[in-house]
Design a protein around this ligand. Structure first.
Ligand SMILES: [Fe+2]
Length: 245
């Protein structure tokens, strides 16, 4: 099976459309979105229309749209973007995001998925301690996550479970899975990368070939920049797209 996994599109439809062109050319069997289809940029409904055709998880920005008090944890630019998003989502899309789940499994590909982590749906896996706690909570070989907007591979050796390694991924990159290892794969962000590379990022998992491809792709950043400015989004949110931060 060939599976595309995309996360953190954040209402950036220009980025998502560019990603979907590549996904469609790869003839994947399944497409999963790992949450945060909304927030930050001004086309959340268009992003959700694409997600609805496939499978989607609850991200913290969807959660904030339906639980307004949660958005108080966000910085002021993100809070303003959530307010804008909530006021602009269709009734159908509010209903859709309110029913999203926090985890998904693909029984055929034998993978698990979450937005941020299994320990807490919106926790950031950024340390070996947190990675280890999450490895304890799934039995499949691979857990796919998003949330940090930084692509990465956490590898656990079956022989030495405390031996966890982190490989950060800044460019397109393919690696072969090893049968004596388990993985937490952070698939990066389609719509707002934060690793210094402004190109979007997503992943294709091939369960027969047993490999994972990180795909970095260009998209017309200036289109999203202008749409976001025109919608009155915070200029910091617009400018950061060009730097990938
Ligand atoms: Fe996000």
């Amino acid at each position: 099976m060939k599976i595309a996994l995309l996360s953190d599109c954040h209402g950036n439809i220009a980025a998502l459309e560019s990603a979907m062109k590549i996904v469609e050319s790869q003839k994947t069997d399944q497409i999963y979105f790992l949450g945060d289809m909304v927030g930050y940029y001004p086309n959340p409904n268009e992003c959700l229309e694409i997600a609805k055709k496939h499978n989607c998880l609850m991200g913290n920005h969807e959660y904030a749209c339906i639980h307004p008090s949660y958005s108080k944890l966000f910085n002021s630019a993100a809070q303003n973007a959530i307010r804008w998003t909530k006021n602009n989502l269709t009734v159908d899309n509010i209903d859709y995001i309110s029913k999203l789940s926090y985890t998904l499994e693909d029984m055929d590909a034998k993978i698990k998925m979450a937005h941020g982590a299994l320990t807490n749906p919106f926790e950031y896996i950024q340390s070996k301690v947190t990675a280890f706690a999450n490895f304890e909570l799934f039995t499949e070989q691979i857990l796919f996550i998003g949330h940090t907007h930084r692509a990465a591979v956490w590898t656990q050796s079956l022989n030495e479970p405390y031996d966890i390694k982190l490989t950060e991924v800044w460019e397109s990159f393919t690696f072969d899975l090893e049968s004596d290892k388990r993985y937490i794969i952070n698939i990066g962000s389609v719509g707002q990368p934060r690793d210094g590379n402004p190109n979007g990022c997503f992943v294709i998992f091939d369960s027969l070939e047993k490999n994972i491809r990180f795909i970095r792709f260009e998209y017309p950043i200036e289109v999203t920049y202008q749409r976001a400015l025109d919608a009155g989004m915070d200029s910091m949110l617009c400018n950061r797209l060009f730097a990938g931060i």
